[in-house]
Design a protein around this ligand. Structure first.
Ligand SMILES: Cc1cc2nc3c(=O)[nH]c(=O)nc-3n(C[C@H](O)[C@H](O)[C@H](O)COP(=O)(O)OP(=O)(O)OC[C@H]3O[C@@H](n4cnc5c(N)ncnc54)[C@H](O)[C@@H]3O)c2cc1C
Length: 306
């Protein structure tokens, strides 16, 4: 399906009513870079009114629906760090089957269900921004709300090792924490575990690798769940392989997490920060609580998608 055939009018359903009264302002886009076929990085000018002080915050971001004129926004984690003078977001166009989406028709009794398959705001942001910018730079803006603290709160005072488990674009919530704080061994220790389906989706890998080489106690591990036939030797499988291993993945005396990181997998040593898919968050939380003695308050999480 070509993007200009997107059924923008039908996608603006009643679900979006709740966003119409939000305080949103037009903010200029600096640039949009495509990281892979499905994910992109969006850079905005940082407005004076934007009160972004703590890494891990998110903001409502979107465009006007081109057919209805109503705000189309969703929550997106702020990737840039508070000290940076621009705003960055990392956004997924959901799924890999846009061409397979069934056409929407107002008469379809299954309309509400089908609509859920369509990436609405993420597609609108990517597609309309690019086209409009080409046609007229005056349209080079998006709708932005105030920075908000969600559930992804990084505890700067906790002396335990911060273990970040990210799937896909979930990494967006962690980048500002890595950028925003010192990872000198005397200050704090961190371990990033990032799981993606395709090699191109290891966004921010250069940044994490630079940290890894600079700070001896900062670890970065990549997990690729689908073999794309590339020559790169990434770690295979999902992050749950070490954070919530199935009995058959528990080979040997040492837990797979400890084997990989050298750190015991227990709440005395580790605090967990999970972001991305609901399935991963549930699986790791259940495992950490039931099998490793974690309290739920030792597990900070933000769900991006089901
Ligand atoms: C705090 C937070 C931070 C996030 N950060 C990021 C991030 O950094 N990067 C990122 O890619 N994603 C992030 N997400 C997810 C993001 O907000 C969107 O959910 C995601 O991009 C999908 O949005 P979408 O518009 O493409 O599709 P959807 O929101 O899934 O919309 C698809 C269609 O379904 C309709 N719809 C959706 N839900 C309902 C419903 N309950 N009832 C009826 N109709 C419905 C919509 O109107 C639309 O037409 C974050 C989410 C949260 C909560």
């Amino acid at each position: 399906m070509a993007s200009n055939e997107f059924p923008w009018e039908l996608l603006d359903n009643r679900y979006n009513d709740r966003f119409q009264k939000l305080a949103l302002q037009e903010v200029p886009v600096q640039r949009l870079t495509v990281r892979s076929a499905w994910n992109y990085r969006l850079f905005l000018e940082r407005p004076e009114w934007f009160q972004y002080t703590i890494p891990g915050m998110f903001a409502m971001l979107g465009k006007r629906n081109p057919a209805t004129g109503r705000s189309a926004v969703r929550a997106f984690s702020i990737v840039s760090a508070p000290h940076e003078d621009f705003l960055e977001f990392y956004i997924a166009v959901k799924g890999e089957t846009i061409d397979d989406l069934l056409p929407l028709s107002p008469e379809d009794p299954e309309l509400e269900k089908r609509i859920l398959e369509y990436p609405y705001v993420s597609m609108l942001l990517q597609d309309v921004v690019e086209k409009e910018v080409e046609a007229n730079p005056a349209y080079n803006n998006v709708l932005l709300g105030q920075a908000t603290m969600g559930s992804f709160r990084y505890d700067t005072k906790d002396p335990r090792i911060a273990v970040f488990g990210f799937t896909g674009t979930g990494v967006a919530a962690g980048v500002p924490i890595v950028r925003g704080y010192s990872w000198a061994p005397s200050v704090r220790k961190g371990i990033v575990l990032h799981g993606v389906r395709n090699p191109a989706d290891f966004a921010y890998q250069d940044e994490f690798k630079e940290h890894r080489s600079k700070y001896p106690d900062f670890q970065y591990h990549m997990f690729l769940s689908r073999d794309a036939g590339t020559p790169w030797h990434y770690g295979r499988g999902r992050i749950t392989k070490v954070l919530a291993p199935a009995p058959q993945e528990m080979t040997g005396e040492i837990h797979p997490f400890e084997k990989l990181t050298g750190v015991p997998y227990d709440p005395n040593h580790v605090k967990l920060y999970l972001c991305g898919s609901d399935a991963m968050i549930k699986q790791v939380t259940d495992y950490a609580v039931n099998e490793r003695g974690f309290d739920r308050k030792d597990i900070i999480h933000e769900k991006f998608f089901d």
